[in-house]
Design a protein around this ligand. Sequence first.
Ligand code: CU
Length: 444
Amino acid sequence: MFSRRGFLGSAALAGASAIQGRVQAASIPEAPTMDKVVMQPPLHPISGPDYRPVVTLNGWSLPFRMNGDWKEFHLVAEPVVREFAEGMKVNLWGYNGQSPGPTIEAVEGDKVRIFVTNRLPEYTTVHWHGMIVPSGMDGVGGLNQPHIEPGRTFVYEFEMKKSGTFMYHPHSDEMVQMAMGMMGMVVVHPRDPNFRPVDRDFVFVMSTYRVDPGTYLPHVNEMTDFNMWTWNARVFPGIDPLPVRLGDKVRVRMGNLSMTNHPIHLHGHSFAVTCTDGGWVPESAQYPETTTDVPVGAVRVLDVLADNPGDWAFHCHKSHHTMNAMGHDVRNLIGVSRKDLAKAVGKLAPDGMAMGSTGMAMGNMEMPAPDNTLPMMTGTGQFGPIEMGGMFTVMKIREDLARDDYRDPGPYKFPQGTVAYEVAAPATEPARHKPGSPPMKHKM
Ligand SMILES: [Cu+2]
């Protein structure tokens, strides 16, 4: 869970003098940190208006303290190690022990004071994407404020003017710092708890990395050729499932701080986009969807009534974004006999692997991999290999979940006779209708 740590080293104290006396160093709140990579329980409000807190996939919400009528948070920008999935750890930059940073939750009308301490080797800032803040709090280094030098602490103070879903990220050496994983989400709950309430509320941010197999550091100059497609810096099978009680109204808030768009698709349901980083979509402007594109630098929030029990895939529909790093460079050999090829390749590269002549299904294939990478297609379900990676997880809709229970309920128990099944058929070519011959007769 949370571990508290004193951060008030001499460097931080020196940095605190940059606050122009409005806040004294002694009154800087503790900076909680997180060492877990699984979804932490929702952080229920301890005072003020009630709201249903969000849960962050493979993440957490940042605890705050009240100081008079100010809600005070403390972010520490720092190097972190993030496990993308079991078997692969990456050196990133993030906040409070994790990348992405913790979700910041507040209520419409709240006055917030967000302390940012820089423990990176270079300067940084924080920009509050989508939020209506005074210009001097907007966080564009050089334009709105001086950059926050290493060891220094700055304070952002503003009112949460509107409810909705927003993001935070640096606006300081932005290409490098975002490519290193510096980002997080901000959820501002409506002051009126009856405004579009839901039973479950999930949030995640999408980011992409190029981390060559066997290495530990993203290529920060990469613009297009990414190989790790992540939700909250996790890839399938490392992304938390979304456990949902049958009949729940469910909200999923999705931010995109990667360098390409992601069409996100939910199986078994239709949903409506109810909110963007610009605000709430009026009901008259909503329409049913099963996939919604989340553009670069944008937030899309979907509301869905979970009325169909089962295990439902929830994923980016760009098929290359549901894959991991290793094995992308193989050639297309569909239809090519590989009898001799395999031998030839084997002589040249004993660890080499050619794409199969019937396709790429490799659920049952074992292949040697360097340390610290993940196979392109992986994961196992109750019926066999799932062959996914990257931006893929499962919404698990069950009848018997308790209200605040976000634990993985395990695989769905399909009712008898509801799973696609094989029929006994002769192993010959199926009977086919020949062009030009009389129409097929349908038996009634
Ligand atoms: Cu995608």
